[in-house]
Write a protein that binds this ligand. Structure first.
Ligand code: NAP
Length: 259
């Protein structure tokens, strides 16, 4: 019996794991996406799209599909899904691991203002004189910046947010990482950016904007990660593969999920 794995995705890490598992004849893995991105990057595994319907829905899916192992490779800011995964895994006794990149750490030369969430980032901007702001927080929470209307916003996102969520003075740049440092420096200079707002996503693909800000001495409003459930957390693909091998040996084909 193949080992059945559900990967909760929407991240580079989930894509890496999917590629790694795709040619394993002894593993049957499915990648789950929330369906936020209009044209998600092509994936190496069969993909299901859309919410499960909370903890109950996910628990029912785990049991119905005979899932042996669950990997939460959602974005560090996707807190609801991670809490649902933790609760559903507990209820069904399906082993769960979180696979998430480590957060970025402030280095010498960085000018970070660290805030607890996106609303706090917008509140911090509301107290500042007019700036040219690069907003790279994704679409969620963008409406908070309507409360700081005096700035000029350049927003970079994969898909456009609803127009009514955007602050008055804004322009959109539609783009998807990975980005490189030379292009990020060029963008910051060309757009006369003097402040960046970002989530502490971690990982390499969007880090060049942080390096570029350091080089140019630009201030960064850095949004902290939300609290995560108490679940084993790995930030390295090899460690996740080792976890799968170790837990798979015990769970293989048992369809361990029970309600
Ligand atoms: P969230 O607040 O944790 O999740 C909201 C709801 O979306 C969940 O309750 C769940 O619906 C559904 N959902 C989330 N991830 C899912 C997945 N992988 N498969 C199926 N359903 C999923 O998450 P979010 O912040 O809206 O992010 C949505 C997705 O975008 C996540 O997959 C995340 O990895 C990705 N993403 C998020 C960010 C970010 O900054 N938040 C950045 C990049 C990528 P049900 O309760 O109905 O199951």
């Amino acid at each position: 019996m193949p080992l059945k794995i559900l990967i909760l995705g929407g991240t580079t890490e989930a894509g890496l794991l999917a590629r790694r598992l795709a040619d394993r004849a002894d593993i049957e893995a499915v990648l789950s996406l929330a369906g936020r991105t209009r044209s998600p990057a092509p994936q190496a595994l069969p993909t299901r799209i859309g919410g499960f319907g909370g903890v109950e829905g996910l628990a029912a899916y785990l049991v119905r599909e005979g899932i042996d192992l669950l990997v939460d490779a959602t974005h560090p800011f996707a807190a609801r899904m991670s809490f649902s995964a933790a609760e559903a895994a507990l209820r069904t006794k399906v082993p769960l691991v979180a696979y998430s990149r480590a957060p970025w750490m402030q280095r010498q030369g960085d000018r970070w203002l660290e805030v607890s969430d996106v609303a706090a980032a917008a509140a911090a901007l509301a107290t500042k004189p007019r700036r040219r702001v690069l907003l790279t927080i994704g679409r969620l929470g963008i409406a908070h910046f309507k409360a700081a209307p005096d700035h000029d916003y350049i927003m970079r996102a994969i898909d456009p947010p609803p127009d009514e969520d955007m602050p008055t003075n804004h322009r959109l740049i539609l783009d998807r990482g990975p980005f490189d440092i030379a292009a990020e420096i060029a963008l910051l200079q060309h757009e006369w950016i003097d402040l960046i707002v970002t989530k502490n996503a971690g990982g390499a693909s969007t880090y060049p904007k942080i390096e570029a800000a350091r080089v140019l001495g630009i201030e960064v409003v850095m949004v902290h990660r939300p609290v995560r459930p108490d679940v084993p957390l790995l930030d390295d693909l090899e460690a996740v593969m080792a976890w799968i091998e170790a837990h798979g040996a015990a769970s293989r084909g048992s369809g361990t999920g029970r309600l």
